[in-house]
Design a protein around this ligand. Structure first.
Ligand SMILES: *Cc1c(COP(=O)(O)O)cnc(C)c1O
Length: 223
């Protein structure tokens, strides 16, 4: 079941890459494991998918203790400053940095363990008030400020598109983040696209997709 789902997701990633004239190895898959069991995660590892995305530090901790560094761990959800200490110990990439205060805390905690913490800046491209993320206009300034922290390395940008029925709208948000990504320049990772919109995201330039339900739901369905 899981193997079929994963295979299908990989095929769809490859097809989207082909459709948009990109090479399939340009897009990395983060398996979002927030609803997955340890058994499922171990199976996914055996199937050769090695990046797990969790949306809270709390949720990741016990799984990390059980599985450890056999996987790479990404934090895809919001990070509270008081959890930065645990976050830098677990995650190889934090997708959700959106304030200078949070970056400062990450830098401080990373320094304590002599780590350079890789991060992405989360951008709220839709302007929805319920979403975390820096405003697109502020992202460049934030990135510049964060770049002065010695124990943080900014690798790229991340966004969560709003759930809308019209895929053309979703495309517009992804396109906007890609424009910002190109405008800033020198970045490697563009993290956008989830189970319901990853194909559009890849067509618009995503280099990393974060997929949970299409892999871990029993039938791979997510409608
Ligand atoms: C849950 C989550 C995902 C994965 O969503 P699915 O719809 O399950 O694919 C991706 N990114 C973030 C930030 C999430 O919280």
């Amino acid at each position: 079941m899981l193997a079929d789902n994963l295979l299908r997701v990989r095929q769809r990633i490859r097809a989207s890459c082909e459709k948009s004239g990109r090479s399939a190895d340009e897009v990395r898959l983060v398996c979002v494991t927030k609803e997955a069991s340890l058994d499922q995660m171990r199976e996914i590892l055996r199937l050769g998918a090695g990046i797990f995305g969790e949306n809270t530090v709390q949720g990741a901790l016990s799984k990390y203790r059980a599985i450890g560094d056999k996987a790479k761990w990404h934090l895809v959800g919001h990070l509270q400053t008081n959890k930065a200490k645990d976050a830098v110990r677990i995650f190889s990439l934090i997708h959700s940095v959106d304030t200078i205060r949070l970056a400062g805390e990450i830098d401080k905690e990373a320094k304590k363990i002599s780590k350079i913490q890789d991060i992405l800046i989360q951008v709220n491209v839709s302007g929805e008030e319920t979403k975390f993320g820096a405003a697109p206009d502020a992202a460049k300034g934030l990135l510049k400020e964060i770049s002065s922290y010695p124990n943080i390395r900014v690798l790229g940008l991340m966004t969560i598109a709003p759930e809308v029925d019209d895929p053309r709208l979703t495309r517009r948000y992804f396109r906007r983040l890609k424009e910002l990504f190109d405008d800033i320049g020198g970045l490697q990772i563009l993290s956008m696209g989830m189970s319901n919109d990853f194909e559009v995201a890849i067509e618009e330039g995503a280099t990393m997709v974060r997929i949970g339900r299409a892999i871990f739901r029993s039938d791979g369905r997510y409608e």
